[in-house]
Design a protein around this ligand. Structure first.
Ligand code: ADP
Length: 489
């Protein structure tokens, strides 16, 4: 289809260290495939801990000068990076659809979302203010400076291969930090294309580095990224299991850590909800990226008074609106599952839930297109102990449960060790406040299924993570407060 030609100039088959496009010292590479058709796109270096150390060294050296640039200089460079990403949106989106399988419309949306972090943090850079506080003694002045923490390691996932990088790197660079990025092995090309534009924007060598590694090499690379004395912090987005591991590794060196981990979002529809908008909201919150998002609606709770009606409308929306296929094909809005192991997980969750008594309304099988495609699925009569409620599904599967009272819905919603996003639909203003106060999550969409925005504070509570990304709080992970006390005045 000629897509390869469109993104050819952005397809880098090298890592990026100290401003150079480099191979692994071992010379090894690994292949990256298109999940829609299983074809190999190209290869990237399979770097190990020695390559990662070189990237850390480069970032450390670059930090010594980058930290002394003015906020205005950094803002100008970030703004330039943003403009280049906007300018090349279509090529970056095509590359993303090729490696992540995401429908092209969604890939374009992600580049817009991804570049918005660069724009936002270009603006925020100049407002990272210190403070002058009231001293208790007349002979003293007390001042807080905000300083960059240093080199930050970043490990990012495949489900948002561009935005999860800009959301971290944009904030880090604005603060005056430098970084080493280890993108997901499924989607390294989007990361490399993004830093290609950082280079073209004039961001100095060593400020942004990318180390690509296969899954087998990843643990060793992850370890050095968390333990090197030259690294000041780690920012990770991915599964809770890996987050726990990295948190532990970071403890020895007392590194700053930001974790954006898995969720298990409840989506509650109360009797007083506007059902049409609730169904619309669920379609977005569930089926964006074929359900492969950490804020995907996972546990659907519908109050008994509207249950039948809601389910009817949901079934209709699922059967009429969803088109499964190659993300490049016209009209497709459901791409493949990213890889076989994720597909196996989704399949097993559905199978085990059905075996435990869930009712299969529609779907429930690999799609007739074969490969990594899975049928949009609806399960009802779900109970709390079923895998589809206990685990993050990460696929196009809607698991629905009926409830009677607000109290019951809150208990079910909060009965989880995850606390990333929650959604609920209600037109009752008292209920809106009551429920918003009591839901144990970092983010809540009320009468809204699409909550992600650079202006929003993204993050979780419980085992869903530590810290916030985006918004003005997104800078906090990358700065230290230095307290200065001047005496003898
Ligand atoms: P998923 O299950 O969605 O692939 P992961 O948490 O496994 O989520 O992957 C997110 C990122 O974490 C990827 O970049 C992946 O390579 C990386 N990762 C996986 N295992 C480790 C590990 N042991 N150490 C460091 N990074 C890891």
């Amino acid at each position: 289809k000629g897509h390869g030609l469109r993104y050819a100039s952005f397809l880098h088959q090298k890592g990026y260290i100290g401003g150079q496009w480099v191979s692994a010292a071992s010379g090894k590479t690994f292949e990256v495939t298109n999940p829609s058709n299983g074809k190999v796109i190209a290869s990237v270096p399979d770097m190990d801990e020695h390559d990662a150390q070189m990237a850390i060294d480069a970032a450390y050296d670059a930090f010594q000068t980058w930290r002394r640039t003015t906020a205005k200089e950094r803002a100008i460079l970030l703004r330039k990076w943003y403009s280049l990403m906007e300018e090349h949106k279509e090529d970056l989106a095509i590359l993303m659809t090729a490696e992540a399988g995401k429908p092209l419309v969604e890939s374009r949306g992600e580049i817009t979302y991804g570049s918005s972090f660069l724009e936002w943090f270009a603006e925020e850079a100049r407002r990272i203010h210190g403070e002058v506080v009231q001293s208790p003694a007349p002979s003293k002045e007390m001042i807080f400076l905000r300083e960059p923490i240093g080199v930050v390691s970043m490990i990012t996932p495949w489900n948002f291969p561009n935005a999860m990088i800009t959301r971290k790197a944009g904030a880090a660079l604005a603060a005056g930090c430098t970084c080493v990025i280890k993108p997901a092995e499924d989607t390294p090309f989007s990361a490399l294309a993004a830093v290609d534009l950082a280079e073209k924007a004039g961001i100095p060598p060593g400020v942004v580095n990318v180390v690509t590694a296969s899954r087998p090499n990843t643990p060793a690379v992850g370890e050095i990224l968390c333990t090197s004395p030259k690294v000041a912090g780690m920012s990770f987005t991915g599964s809770t299991v890996v987050g726990q591991l990295l948190y532990k590794l970071c403890s020895t060196g007392i590194k700053r850590i930001g974790l954006e981990l898995g969720g298990n979002a409840p989506f509650i529809v109360f009797n007083g909800a506007n059902l049409k908008s609730a169904v619309e909201g669920l379609m977005v919150a569930k089926f964006r990226n074929a359900g492969q998002a950490c804020i995907s609606a996972n546990r659907i709770l519908v109050q008994s008074g509207v249950y039948d009606q809601f389910l009817e409308q949901l079934k209709e929306a699922v059967s009429k609106q969803l088109v499964v296929g190659d993300g490049f094909d016209k009209g497709v809005n459901q791409g493949p599952i990213i890889n076989q192991s994720q597909l196996n997980k989704v399949s097993a969750i559905v199978k085990d839930s059905v075996a435990a008594g869930a009712h299969l309304v529609t779907g429930g099988n690999p799609h007739k297109l074969g490969g990594l495609f899975y049928e949009p699925t609806i399960l009802t009569e779900v109970t709390e102990d079923m895998p589809c409620f206990k685990e993050e599904i990460f696929g196009p599967v809607v698991a629905v449960r009926k409830f009677e009272t607000e109290e019951e819905a809150l208990q079910i919603a909060n009965n989880s060790d995850r606390g990333l996003a929650a959604y609920f639909y209600s037109q009752d203003v008292s209920q809106v406040w009551r429920v918003a106060r009591r839901l144990e999550t970092g983010m809540i969409g009320i009468n809204e299924g699409l909550i992600s925005a650079t202006e929003g504070a993204f993050g979780g509570v419980k085992q869903s993570g530590i810290g916030r990304e985006g918004s003005r709080h997104g800078i906090d992970d990358y700065t230290n407060i230095k307290y200065i006390c001047i005496g003898g005045i």
